[in-house]
Design a protein around this ligand. Structure first.
Ligand code: ATP
Ligand code: MG
Length: 464
């Protein structure tokens, strides 16, 4: 049990309707329904958290959370369309078609509640499931900007932690002692990075400063939770900024240890450029309402790690095909210790990697087989991404772009009918120049393909 620096809340500041600019027309009608029903039932209900924060800066909240002094059972009795979820801490979900309004009873986790609150030896919060007052509920939140309460009683915003001014100044400030709050829950460091990227808020110096030192604590966070956090960071429209924030705060090695190592040793910076381009593309797709998949995202985020692992194996003389599979497996396995990437994403991620060398092939049968591969499109998009940072891939890229557009007969004309079959020995290949080196993205240019191609290519392989 640690001492709590999060002492008592400030005297409440009530920001009246005339001042704060939140209008009911920007609030989900269902959230308003919940607030009114709670009030009519004799309870206090508030819009809280990210929604209030986003409304104050003129944003459009993606969900509306409600906090109340009603217990979950009392909430349930007020709504027919309500189900209770969660074992550790019961929450009420009020369901309106596809919209769910989450209603949470005020929670406390003050140092006094020793019965219901447990911390690990390292001060990490293991359990916190005590109900409390609105003030308790405010101070257990992470950032002051996330601890504002909007009420339909008088349409004011209640502020117990100075969050209103912080939102106006666009600052993320931890409630209480930052070191202690990070120790309790290291994921708050990621939330700082994510929210500062998403909202374009500065992180208060005292909240930013301890992060690099404490980043390693993230290795104790549950991998499933880190996966969820990753999706919020990288599949919500602000991936590139989230990534550079992670770098800035020294959090990258904690989340993606092998990628961080590979980026640090990649002198040309080509691998980093490729990752940033992938994230920029992801952001653009989300802005255009196009689908995105964690498989492609992680293929890009872990590509530097894969290239590095593959280079090591090839230097050891491992057969290229074996090396590719082994590198993919190793990177996936090591990364899984940090982030629980479900198999339905890690398998297609590996396929995207393993298909890369096949873009170097021009044998008729193989070309048609690759075109028909279920993962062709994703793998081709990945090739395009790599080509952005590796000009020597331009010819492959042009070939496959045309190949997709051409009639099969026309395409067949351009292709080599079968393998020239020379130099089968993989040991030769591994020793050839152009093997993936620490300079990075050569992994798609497996030596294998050099034996299969008939025409020497202008620009040459030697550069790899
Ligand atoms: P977003 O708009 O991205 O959803 P958010 O702030 O709403 O951001 P949520 O994960 O939805 O983030 O969390 C809702 C609220 O719960 C937060 O605003 C904050 O008040 C509180 N909260 C979330 N995570 C933590 C945490 N790790 N520690 C303390 N409070 C938290
Ligand atoms: Mg939210």
């Amino acid at each position: 049990m640690t001492d709590h620096a999060i002492s008592s809340p400030l005297p409440p500041q009530v920001v009246p309707r005339a001042e704060h600019g939140i209008s009911r027309k920007d609030i989900s009608p269902n959230a308003l329904r919940v607030l009114y029903r709670l009030r009519d039932g004799g309870f206090n209900g508030y819009l809280v958290g990210g929604a209030v924060r986003d409304l104050l800066i003129g944003g459009h909240p993606k969900d509306f959370d409600v906090a109340t002094d009603a217990t979950p059972e009392q909430v349930k009795s007020l709504f027919r369309n309500c189900r209770l979820i969660g074992r550790r801490f019961r929450l009420a979900h009020v369901v309106y078609g596809r919209e769910i309004i989450e209603v949470a009873t005020f929670r406390a986790n003050s140092a006094d509640d020793t019965d219901d609150r447990e911390t690990g030896d390292d001060g990490r919060l293991l359990r916190d499931n005590v109900y409390g007052s609105i003030e308790d509920d405010a101070v257990r939140r992470d950032f002051t900007a996330n601890a504002l309460y909007y009420t339909v009683d008088d349409f004011s915003v209640r502020d117990y932690v100075g969050g209103y001014d912080d939102v106006r100044n666009r600052v993320l400030r931890l409630i209480g002692d930052p070191i202690e709050r990070y120790r309790e829950d290291p994921v708050r460091m990621l939330r700082a990075a994510r929210l500062s990227a998403k909202l374009d808020f500065a992180i208060a110096p005292e909240a930013a400063e301890p992060i690099p030192e404490m980043a390693d604590l993230l290795s104790a966070a549950p991998p499933a939770r880190l996966f969820d956090e990753c999706l919020k960071m990288f599949l919500a429209g602000h991936a590139e900024k989230s990534f550079t924030k992670l770098e800035e705060l020294g959090l990258l090695p904690a989340l993606f240890p092998e990628t961080a190592k590979a980026l640090a040793t990649n002198r040309s910076g080509a691998l980093r450029a490729m990752v940033l381009q992938a994230l920029r593309n992801t952001d653009a797709r989300i802005a255009a309402d196009k689908p995105v998949t964690p498989a492609f995202l992680f293929a890009a985020l872990l590509w530097p790690a894969y290239c590095r692992e593959l280079a090591v194996l090839q230097k050891q003389g491992v057969d290229p095909t074996v090396a590719q599979q082994r590198a993919a497996d190793r990177v996936t396995l090591h990364q899984a210790q940090r982030i629980a990437l479900p198999r339905r994403f890690s398998l297609p991620m590996q396929e995207i990697w393993l298909l890369q060398p096949r873009f170097g092939q021009r044998i008729r049968k193989r070309v048609f087989r690759l075109l028909a591969h279920p993962r062709f499109r994703a793998a081709f998009d990945f090739l395009e991404l790599r080509a952005g940072a590796a000009p020597e891939l331009a010819e492959d890229l042009a070939f496959w772009r045309e190949a997709q557009a051409q009639a099969p007969e026309v395409l067949a004309e351009r292709l080599v009918p079968k393998s020239p079959r020379r130099g089968e020995g993989s040991a030769d290949d591994a020793g050839e120049p152009g093997e993936p080196g620490e300079e990075g993205d050569d992994a798609g240019r497996a030596p294998r393909r050099r034996r299969r191609r008939r025409r020497p290519r202008p620009g040459g392989d030697a550069a790899g």
